[in-house]
Every structure is written in C-alpha cells, then in structure tokens.
Design a protein around this ligand. Structure first.
Ligand code: NAD
Length: 433
C-alpha cells in the first residue's frame, strides 16, 4: 500500500497473523497516533520508556520501527480530515498500533474518533487492567486487593449510535412505525411527542466472542474467576441475554476447564448447608476457572467493598465504560490506567491511554504518562515480548515506591518529589535496572 501522508520506515517489517497467532519480526513496524492536548507530552515519554525496555531486554537484537499515523486535531489541522482513510488502512496493514488521547470535535465533525477506530477495525474487546502500585494514593482502605481486568464489549450496545433525535422527521417515522406495529410497546413511552430514542443492539455472536476472549485470557494467565456483569433483571433480552449466552458459551466451549455458578446453582440442593462463597472454593479445589455473574449496580458496590472477590470482569459496552473508570479511581485514577482494543480473532489491536486530552495541561511537560507507558506494556505482552513488558512494570513500580511522581499524584501524597512528564519517564527507565 502506498500512503500519501504516512512515511513507512524502510528498516521495519510487518507483523503477520498466522495459525491463530501473531508472527512478530525482530523489528516490527508499529503505527502510533501521538494524540491531542497532553498527547504529544505523554507519548514522547512513553515511547522512550518502551524503546528503553525493548533495548534492555533484548540487548539491541529487537527494536520497534515506529510510524506516525494521523487522527484528531493534528490531522485536521494538517489535512482537513479528522480521521484519514489511510490511517485506518495503516492500522489494518500493520496489525498492532498505539495511540494517545484524541479530542472529540464539539458540535460537528466526527462523532467519536475512538468509537470510529474500534468499530471500523472491529476491535471487539476493550481490555483494561486495573491494579494498584505500592505507594499510590487511594480512596479505599485495601487498594492492594484491587487486581482486576475488565473485558468490555466494544462494538454493540447503546454505543452502536442508532439514535433518533426528539422532534426530527426520522424520530416521528420511527414512533409511527412503533405505534402501528407494536402498540403495546408504544404505550410504554411516557411522553411520545418529546422523546429521543436510542436503540440497544446486543447479539449472541458479539457477546460470546467477548466472553470467549475473557475466559481464554483468564485460563492462559491462570486467573481464578470471570464475572459476567449485566443488568438482566431489567433488560432481559439484551443484558439478560448477555448473561445466558455467556454461561452457554462457557459450558459448551470450555467444558471441564470452567465451573459456572449456573451449574452450581442447578445442583444447589445437593450441596446442603454451604458457605457464602462455596462455589469459589469448589472451583479452586477442582482447579477450574469459576464463571459467575453479578448485577451491574451492585458490581459498583461490591468491587469497592469486596475487591478481592473479583478477578476478570466481562461486561457489555456501556457498563464497562462506567465500571472501568470507577475501578481506576481506586488505584490512582485514569492517569495511570492503561487500555487495549483487541480483536482476538485477527490479532489486530490498538493500545491507548484511557484518559482524555486534558487541555489545561497540554505542552507543559506536566501530565502523568503512566497510562500510555502501561499501554505500551500491554502492547509488548500482545507481541509476546514479555521480558520487555516486565521491565516496564518493574521500572514503574520502583519509581512510584521511591515517591517520585507527577503533579496529579504529588498533590495527594506526603513527602513525595514532584517530577515533570519527561523526568518521570527518565525515572522509570533508570529504575528498570
Ligand atoms: P480528560 O481525561 O482529558 O481530563 C479530565 C481531568 O483528568 C484533567 O483535567 C486532569 O485533571 C486529569 N487528567 C487526565 N489525564 C491526566 C494525565 N495523564 N495526567 C494528569 N492528569 C490527568 O477528560 P475530559 O476533560 O472530559 O476530556 C477532554 C477531551 O478529551 C475531550 O475532547 C474528550 O472527548 C477527549 N477524551 C478522549 C479520550 C480518548 O481519546 N481515549 C478519552 C476521554 C476523553
């Protein structure tokens, strides 16, 4: 493919996907989107940290051929296009990429660049690990219990963007159709003349590929449970179906490797008098992964008050969006929480900072680059470069333990040393030793 704006480095090679696995050359071409606002600041630091970790882990035998691709404000200013087609082409061609935060244009332009990237590339799982680093300020008593990974469905649900604005002609036509064809449902709309409509499509395929990815990842990484999060008591055919399809998939595809709470409940009478978390003990004793479920609202309470009971969480799109930020708040906020958008069937992935562009702090060399640094760690693990990924975690752990942090954490800590974005990145590199 020839590109107009993108300069592909001659030194690198393409990542391929063969027999269900990534085939990664020693110098893979990896596209990056710098991002808007604080994006350039945090990307500069993160790139240096990732490069240093790769260099150190493989003594120069491996490296990354970074290639800039464009999206967001920078792209609009240069090419009058928020998301050029060739950016999507490059992310497809080179399989794995990374991005800083992107400004979503207000009152026009594209609806959301992030949603466009995820849906166009069919990156169906948004993976957000949430863990605590010793020394980080936290609003909870036992932050050390927080070690969860959220697998959020990325392509369906209310995020599909099927909406009819109140008063618009399409809204009228849609409501007329509903009135004629589904009068009982129409009668449930309290104020039809002033009602905006949003549609929530949730499919078996979409739900099951997400739950499959969460279970497979949990088995590969020796985790103890997957919790399906849903509001199925109210939304039976979408959220309730997500739960049922999840359990069906777990039992049919993973058989003896998992133990579902649904199986356990079905034989509850045989268990007699049991402890509250008996199924967890039974699953652990049998060496199986426990698959359980929880209603979404209580998930917000339970993941705070009983964090140790949660390990991997499989969620639908909207619930996952809320829950992953709420969990991140327990361990230092979005400035430190990483994310990856992954299609496990093709290997395609875009890793990203989970925070936004934080405009007040742009170009000040102040922002916390940890979210993007840890997204780099996820990227390296996706490539199978675990040694380099481990060095990043080690570097970050020791930097935070030494109480050297950026302003967002500094203001919450006592006796800490304040570092700028670049200096923080340097400290992480130094602590890799
Ligand atoms: P934001 O995350 O940019 O900022 C909220 C606040 O969080 C900031 O004012 C700052 O106090 C803090 N913060 C965020 N990242 C930080 C970091 N790395 N270091 C230190 N502090 C940090 O959210 P917002 O203000 O709601 O959104 C601003 C813009 O970002 C909007 O255009 C929005 O659409 C976009 N956005 C993009 C993404 C993305 O690209 N993934 C995500 C969220 C918001």
């Amino acid at each position: 493919m020839t590109y107009k704006y993108i300069q592909v480095p001659e030194a690198g090679e393409k990542i391929a996907f063969e027999n269900g696995k990534l085939a990664v050359p020693d110098c893979p071409i990896i596209p990056f989107i710098e991002g808007d606002g604080i994006g350039p600041d945090v990307w500069r630091a993160a790139r240096r940290v990732i490069d240093a970790a790769v260099h150190k882990a493989y003594a120069g035998k491996r490296s990354i051929a970074w290639t800039e691709v464009y999206a967001g404000q920078k792209s609009f200013d240069r090419f009058a296009n928020w998301l050029p087609e060739e950016t999507l082409e490059a992310l497809k061609e080179f399989t794995v990429g990374i991005k800083g935060p992107l400004a979503t244009p207000v009152g026009g332009g594209i609806r959301s660049l992030n949603v466009a990237l995820r849906t166009t590339l069919d990156l169906f799982a948004c993976v957000r690990p949430v863990r605590w680093f010793k020394g980080l300020p936290s609003p909870v008593c036992k932050p050390e219990d927080v070690n969860m990974v959220v697998f959020r469905e990325n392509t369906e649900d209310l995020y599909a963007g099927i909406e009819f604005e109140s008063g618009a002609p399409d809204n009228r036509r849609f409501l007329d159709l509903l009135r004629q064809e589904f009068p009982a449902q129409y009668a449930k709309i309290r104020f039809p003349d002033t009602t905006g409509i949003g549609i929530k499509p949730v499919s078996r395929q979409g739900s099951q590929r997400l739950v499959r990815a969460a279970i497979q990842w949990s088995l590969d990484n020796h985790r103890s449970s997957v919790t399906l999060v849903h509001k199925g008591n109210i939304m039976k055919f979408t959220e309730g179906a997500f739960r049922s399809w999840g359990y069906d998939l777990a039992e049919q595809e993973f058989g003896e490797r998992v133990y579902t709470r649904r199986q356990w409940e079905a034989t509850r009478k045989e268990h007699g008098e049991v402890a509250a978390n008996q199924e967890e003990q039974d699953a652990a004793q049998a060496g199986r992964l426990l698959v359980k479920d929880i209603i979404a609202d209580i998930a917000f309470e339970a993941t705070i008050t009983r964090a140790a009971e949660f390990d991997v969480l499989a969620t639908m799109n909207l619930n996952g969006d809320y829950l992953s930020d709420a969990l991140a708040a327990q361990v230092g906020g979005v400035g430190i929480a990483p994310g990856g958008n992954i299609n496990y069937d093709t290997g395609a992935a875009v890793f990203e900072a989970t925070h936004g562009t934080a405009p007040p702090f742009a170009n000040l060399d102040k922002a916390n680059p940890s979210s993007l640094i840890l997204s780099g760690e996820l990227l390296l693990r996706h490539l199978g470069w675990n040694e380099a990924a481990g060095l990043i975690v080690h570097g970050l752990e020791d930097t935070i333990a030494a109480r050297t942090v950026t302003f967002d954490l500094h203001r919450l800590m006592e006796n800490a040393t304040l570092l700028g974005t670049t200096a923080f990145g340097d400290a992480v590199i130094r602590h890799m030793d």
